[in-house]
Design a protein around this ligand. Structure first.
Ligand SMILES: Cc1cc2nc3c(=O)[nH]c(=O)nc-3n(C[C@H](O)[C@H](O)[C@H](O)COP(=O)(O)OP(=O)(O)OC[C@H]3O[C@@H](n4cnc5c(N)ncnc54)[C@H](O)[C@@H]3O)c2cc1C
Length: 443
């Protein structure tokens, strides 16, 4: 599958057990775990760490993987302590904070907000110390998959020289570049989630309350939502996620449209009144997708290389690292016994899809009045609120006991949706016939 037609001389051929495309969270996690098992691993990253990447808010269930990789202290040193997530709605004139400590899973009760430049560098360096041959400035251009005859992967370094690799197993962790899915033509847009994002870094953003408490704040507005993620050194990451109609209305510069949008939402405008934009404004379009295939004989995809879902619940890095962890087990088994790896690969696929499905249920409904009202008026009947907090913490593979409150939350959503059709609305007094609310800053 040629990804780039430029012919260039080849520099030798390197044989290895596993070649991993992409040194982001997924690739570095898989490389570390496989190298620790004694496999020869080549990890190819097209950029150089530290480099900017979006995706700065992590989830409590990430901590388990940090511990397994032995990087928990390094991540604590570069991160802002994140106790939970706050949702703010000017339409309701309200806000609700969900503390991870109030969830059903008491093993992991907080997380971190990180600059991805530092975070990804820690993970990449960890792969190197584990023994992976982790190379930067190496862009994979061509992958010929043939588990029986031998895979062949070609990459170009920054001087233009082509390198060839003969891995027994290939893991695609190339993120939104989706190297394999693009080459195979297997990438499909998600018909349920057609949003895009615009974002930048600021200084001087006012905290939501009296002082910065480390929470991510999600400000809901009628066409989508904003994130505010406190980063080290007083920097605030701010982004807006909305629908294609919103982005099509832009006239003029992206930066101006971004600032105009921030100023149009009262609770956001109040916080950025004295703030200064200290970065470029970036946009990410063509948002959510999944590949129609996730694995085959001697290869698999992990993280964003397989699928991307809307980041409203900060799940991307966890999904990437967790799928890389499972994928590394599949690869390790395949290297010893491909027949034994086949059912493992199917279980890996089912588990990744289940995790994505759990979070997608919430994502597809986040702009509905019912779910927004449930977030603003959270009830703990049948431990629904605790179940929701666990889902927000990334506890997507919880046991049946922890799943029941989540099911109760979903059942309540469907029951309320029916009531809303008859003109009822959930509010502080419970379910009542209510007039629409006016817009007011939520403080
Ligand atoms: C607007 C937005 C906001 C987000 N916010 C959050 C958030 O708050 N929290 C969260 O958890 N997630 C968030 N995400 C999602 C998060 O960014 C990703 O899910 C996560 O980075 C996926 O990790 P990965 O390792 O799969 O891919 P990546 O982190 O993208 O890493 C892939 C790596 O592969 C390299 N690469 C690509 N192509 C090649 C090639 N041909 N050869 C060699 N190397 C290559 C890239 O340079 C990159 O370093 C957000 C995403 C977006 C778009």
């Amino acid at each position: 599958m040629p990804l780039d037609a430029t012919p260039a001389p080849l520099v030798g051929e390197t044989a290895c057990d596993v070649l991993i495309i992409g040194g982001g969270p997924a690739g570095s996690t898989a490389a570390t775990l496989l190298a620790e098992k004694g496999r020869t691993v080549v990890l190819l990253e097209k950029d150089h760490h530290p480099r900017f990447h979006i995706g700065e808010s992590l989830l409590p269930l990430n901590l388990r993987i940090f511990e397994r990789l032995g990087v928990q202290d390094e991540i604590a040193a570069i991160g802002v302590h994140k106790p939970g997530a706050r949702f703010v709605s000017d339409e309701h004139g309200k806000h609700t904070a969900f503390s991870f400590a109030a969830g059903l899973n008491q093993d992991y009760t907080y997380s971190y907000q990180v600059r991805r430049s530092s975070f990804d560098e820690v993970l990449f360096h960890r792969a190197q110390t584990a023994g992976a041959d982790a190379r930067e400035g190496m862009r994979v251009l061509d992958v010929a998959l043939d588990a029986r005859g031998g895979h062949r992967v070609c990459a170009r370094n920054e001087a233009g020289a082509m390198h060839a690799f003969r891995p027994r197993f290939v893991m695609d962790c190339s993120g939104r570049d989706t190297v394999l899915a693009t080459a195979m033509g297997s990438k499909a847009r998600n018909p349920h989630n057609n949003t895009a994002a615009m974002y930048g870094h600021f200084r001087g953003v006012a905290p939501f309350g009296e002082a910065e408490d480390g929470n991510i704040t999600i400000h809901l507005f009628d066409e989508g939502w904003f994130w505010m993620i406190p980063l080290p050194d007083g920097v605030m990451s701010i982004g807006v996620v909305s629908n294609p109609g919103f982005f099509k209305r832009r006239r003029g510069e992206v930066r101006d449209y971004f600032l105009e949008t921030l100023r149009a939402v009262p609770s956001v405008a109040r916080r950025i009144a004295d703030a200064e934009l200290v970065s470029e404004v970036t946009t990410t379009g063509n948002y959510s997708y999944a590949s129609k295939v996730m694995h085959g004989d001697g290869w698999l995809m992990a993280g964003d290389a397989y699928a991307f879902i809307d980041p409203v619940f900060s799940s991307g890095v966890l999904l990437a690292m967790a799928s890389a962890e499972m994928g590394a087990e599949v690869a390790d088994t395949w290297l010893d016994d491909p027949a034994r790896a086949a059912p493992m690969a199917r279980a890996f696929e089912a588990k990744v899809k289940r995790a994505i499905g759990s979070l997608s249920w919430l994502i597809y409904r986040i702009n509905t009045p019912v779910l927004r009202d449930m977030f603003m008026e959270p009830r703990n009947r049948f431990r629904m609120r605790e179940g929701l907090v666990s889902l927000l913490a990334g506890d997507v593979h919880a046991n049946a006991n922890r799943q029941l409150p989540v099911l109760a939350f979903k059942a309540a959503f469907y029951a309320l949706s029916l009531a809303y059709r008859f003109g009822y609305r959930l509010g502080p007094q419970g379910l009542t016939k209510a007039a629409p609310r006016a817009l007011a800053p939520a403080e």
